[in-house]
Design a protein around this ligand. Structure first.
Ligand SMILES: Cc1ncc(COP(=O)(O)O)c(C=O)c1O
Length: 399
């Protein structure tokens, strides 16, 4: 397949095939599931569910223990959060999901649910905020972490200990856009009695389903593609099985209270309905921009997994149905050239985050704490503008 062909057609064909193979009883495709996931209101007939702001719910007093799924108090459960959780569990192929206040708080909750003396094997290329949590807050508390390059399977195997409870990774990573082989690492983790957690924020459940590939837990920042419009902070954890650890995390979420608010759950569910089509458009736009930039004499390197120049292009094609809108670029003129490019662009906004309608660009080294990111690197989130306009803007800024 030529490097610059958008793989949207292949995506459509692959989905149909994998649906048939993965689950004979699953008759709906992700686009359909997503549209029908946000919940309606049978009482009024409204197609769109109302936002339930009430913090407390009337319940029958029986004098006996309550059904844990009965609505009692919004920190325990809320209709908007419950319907989003059900939709995310279905889209990721998991048994249960928990809606949490942010993507960062999903990882905080997982770490809190472990015990002092437990050990984590982590990718050495994590979103920097997660690494800060581990080093600054959980290491003094007795949670030990070994950092490894997840593309080196022997190193992953060697880092595992009898105390290792969890292997954590992102794929693709942010901002170095490296991939990890989920199926291979799940096999290694399970052989050592550990669980595998995959942060699926960059790929989204539309492009990749880690649970289908063997992962036990999926972490998502809903703030990015799932909500998709730069206006929601949220996160979710999806568990393959409703096992002891999933129960312990649910208890921690409900007792600790770092839950997703009803309004943010409603907005994320609204975003979910168009996720499949938005991700396909982000992907098509990003593929065109990556092709333009890869040929430009001022660009040293384009980091985009679905461009043939990416060192893990074969893994990307095997593991992901399509690319997202996130890429990084390295400029030949170092830090100064990178900063100058940001300041000359008119359509791209110099801003953090990714996964929304607007194209964003950011010099990562200057925003990350203790950054190891190269000084000539810019992270680019390709939005939903017309790709020709984005390319014209990059062309004038690079001229
Ligand atoms: C891959 C990844 N995971 C998690 C997070 C944290 O998400 P949030 O900003 O919703 O806390 C981010 C934030 O940029 C991220 O890039």
């Amino acid at each position: 397949m030529p490097a610059c062909t958008w793989q949207g057609r292949r995506f459509a064909l692959r989905l149909a095939a994998s649906d048939r193979k993965a689950n004979a009883t699953m008759t709906l495709r992700p686009e359909t599931k997503a549209v029908h996931s946000a919940g309606s209101d049978p009482a009024s007939g409204a197609i769109v569910s109302p936002i339930v702001l009430s913090t407390t719910f009337e319940y029958e007093t029986t004098g006996r223990e309550h059904d844990p799924e009965q609505l009692i108090y919004t920190r325990y459960q809320n209709p908007n959060r419950a319907s989003l959780e059900a939709a995310l569990a279905q889209l990721e192929g998991g048994a249960i999901a928990h809606g949490i206040a942010s993507g960062s708080a999903t990882m905080l909750t997982v770490f809190q649910a472990l015990r002092p003396g437990d050990h984590i094997v982590s990718s050495d290329d994590l979103y920097f905020g997660i690494r800060v949590q581990l080093e600054e807050f959980f290491a003094p508390w007795g949670l030990e972490t070994s950092y490894v390059d997840m593309s080196d399977l022997a190193a992953v195997r060697a880092a595992l200990r009898p105390q290792t409870k969890l292997v954590i990774l992102e794929t693709p990573t942010n901002p170095m856009i490296r991939l990890a082989d989920i199926a291979a690492i799940a096999g290694i983790a399970h052989a050592a009695g550990a669980q595998l957690l995959v942060d699926n924020t960059v790929a989204t459940p539309i492009a990749q389903n880690p649970i289908t590939l063997g992962a036990d837990i999926v972490a998502l920042s809903l703030t990015k593609y799932i909500a998709g419009h730069h206006d929601v902070l949220g996160g979710a954890l999806v568990f393959a099985e409703e096992d002891d650890f999933a129960q312990r995390v649910m208890r921690l979420v409900r007792i600790g209270g770092a839950v997703l608010s009803p309004y943010n759950a409603w907005l994320a569910a609204r975003g979910l309905q168009s996720l499949a089509y938005r991700v396909r458009a982000h992907s098509e736009n990003a593929s065109q921009v990556a092709c333009f930039l890869a040929e430009h004499p001022k660009i040293e390197r384009v980091l985009y997994p679905h461009h043939a120049s990416h060192p893990q292009y074969e893994l990307a094609r095997r593991q992901m149905r399509l690319g997202s809108g996130l890429m990084s670029i390295q400029l030949k003129g170092g830090r100064q050239a990178a900063v100058e490019l940001v300041n000359k662009l008119r359509l791209f906004t110099s801003a953090t985050s990714f996964g929304g309608t607007h194209s964003l660009i950011e010099h990562r080294e200057s925003i990350e704490e203790s950054s190891k990111t190269p000084a000539n690197l810019l992270r680019v989130s390709i939005g939903l503008e017309h790709p020709a306009d984005l390319i014209a803007d990059l062309q004038q800024a690079l001229a």
